[in-house]
Ligand binder design. Structure first.
Ligand SMILES: Cc1cc2nc3c(=O)[nH]c(=O)nc-3n(C[C@H](O)[C@H](O)[C@H](O)COP(=O)(O)OP(=O)(O)OC[C@H]3O[C@@H](n4cnc5c(N)ncnc54)[C@H](O)[C@@H]3O)c2cc1C
Length: 454
């Protein structure tokens, strides 16, 4: 008897490879580690039955929500891949202002348009198609993370199918160890989250944005200035500097951008004004200042910057130190792009906010990530070598990495505090002693250490 309302694909079945890889965002897909089977789950019961099937068959369990892991973490050899893509449910409760959403719901494409109808907002991922599942489990650097904090801080409860095949609720009181781990363990989490219960916030009344475009020759000057002032800007402004090659152009430009999340145009003008006082503003190629924008416009920009169907090589670092050390260390990543689609972001988290007690526990004032975008499989190795060397230049000012843009099969950096890492291992040993869940994908043992320090 079929025990699933969804579909179980076994290796060798028609369409098996498509079920394994078809929903992986990155076109650089790992066909060398296909799972034993894929369960396209439609309900919570499917997930429970899927975990029980894996226990019976001696498979590990891997999970996919939105499929946006750059490193395709959901594709694991000898595992049952539980794909939650067909299990999409959303419910907002106006009395508690909480929204309950299944993990494959897309933050920008689905959750926020739905919440907007109630005048509410959730700080989901920047690119609208990112699934909330993987995003929230690793912390979630959502809209205005600088001022509003990590998206995972807004999780009030999770429903989880555990390694025993039981569905449980985890929050501050019940199964609090699982609740603690679900906010930062990322792909090392030992359970399948079937629902998130999330705190929402009021939809900002007025969104505005500032964009200054500079020639990359001014990189050192502009970034040194930004480095010295970003911590003074209102916490209602998301500040991102990036280099990218605009459509139709033949060379990258440096964009210094601010998006303000205020309620009125006057508040927006005031919040963004410090970014307009850039001493190099007269040399800007383009200046947009405090122009009204919409969430839809911002999300469309993100979609354009992260086009689907391409090969991505991605790496990142949390940076710290004075401008005279940080700016030269990041120069190659920003100015030496090996393909026209490549872009590098500098994301302000300053002044740093204190984090609640949760597994997510490593950050610094500046987040830096490079996305090498291309289409030629023959260039993967050469482009990865460029990325490795650009990231190596940052080592002297690197404190660690963010799971969301990392790939442990290439290099390992710290991604948690030491105490949190120890606690996570203790909880895992207790909750999943047999290692049912596939856990971190890496070339060797995961040590939470910067590779040049181990
Ligand atoms: C275009 C693009 C833009 C991005 N923008 C941002 C951004 O703005 N901010 C940011 O923080 N990150 C961003 N990311 C990174 C993204 O958040 C992570 O890759 C995240 O893991 C994606 O979640 P997912 O559910 O779509 O991924 P998936 O590939 O489906 O999941 C990744 C892994 O998370 C675990 N997992 C997922 N769901 C569950 C579950 N229900 N239960 C248990 N484990 C689960 C599994 O180990 C799984 O393999 C972006 C990625 C892309 C491709």
């Amino acid at each position: 008897m079929n025990r699933f309302s969804g579909t179980l694909h076994l290796a060798g079945d028609d369409g098996f490879e498509e079920a394994c890889l078809g929903r992986v965002f990155n076109a650089r897909r790992p066909s060398d580690r296909l799972p034993a089977a894929v369960l396209e789950a439609r309900t919570e019961d499917d997930v429970v039955e899927g975990v029980r099937l894996a226990l019976e068959r001696g498979w590990q369990v891997a999970v996919r929500s939105g499929g946006h892991s750059w490193a395709a973490w959901s594709v694991r050899a000898d595992a049952l891949l539980i794909d939650l893509g067909g299990f999409r449910e959303l419910a907002y409760d106006p009395t508690t202002e909480l929204v309950t959403a299944t993990p494959s719901v897309k933050g920008g494409d689905e959750l926020n348009p739905y919440l907007g109808g109630f005048g509410r907002f959730f700080n989901g991922g920047h690119c609208p198609s990112v699934g909330i599942g993987g995003f929230l489990l690793q912390g979630g650097q959502g809209w205005n993370a600088r001022g509003w904090g990590w998206a995972a801080e807004n999780i009030v409860a999770v429903d989880v199918v555990t390694a025993d095949g039981e569905l449980v609720r985890a929050d501050e009181e019940r199964n609090s160890d699982l609740f603690w781990a679900a906010r930062g363990a990322g792909p090392g989490f030992f359970g399948v989250v079937t629902r998130f219960h999330l705190r929402t916030r009021p939809l900002p009344g007025h969104l505005a944005h500032t964009v200054h475009a500079y020639p990359v020759e001014l990189f050192d000057e502009v970034m040194t200035w930004l480095h010295g002032m970003h911590h003074t800007v209102s916490e209602l402004v998301e500040i991102v500097a990036l280099t990218q090659t605009p459509p139709g152009a033949d060379a990258p430009v440096l964009l210094v951008t601010g998006v303000s999340m205020t309620d009125t145009p006057e508040q927006a003008a005031q919040a963004l004004a410090p970014l307009h006082a850039n001493p190099y503003a007269e040399q800007a190629l383009l200046r947009i200042e405090a122009r009204p924008t919409t969430l839809a416009e911002q999300l469309a920009n993100q979609r354009t910057a992260n086009p689907e169907g391409h090969r991505y090589l991605v790496d990142n670092a949390w940076l710290t130190g004075p401008a005279e050390r940080v700016v030269p260390a990041i120069r190659e990543a920003f100015t030496g792009h090996p393909t026209p689609g490549t872009f590098t972001i500098w994301f302000s988290m300053a002044p740093l906010r204190e984090l609640p007690d949760m597994a997510f526990s490593l950050q610094s004032e500046i987040y830096c990530a490079t996305y090498v975008v291309h289409d030629d499989p023959a260039r993967d190795k050469e482009l990865r070598a460029w990325l490795d060397s650009a990231m190596a230049a940052m080592q002297p000012v690197t404190v660690g990495q963010y799971l969301g843009d990392s790939d442990f099969t290439v290099r390992q950096l710290r991604f948690m505090g030491d105490a949190q890492w120890r606690r996570l291992q203790e909880i895992r040993a207790d909750r999943d002693p047999e290692g049912l869940f596939a856990g971190y994908l890496s070339a060797g043992a995961v040590t939470n250490t910067n590779h040049w320090e181990s």
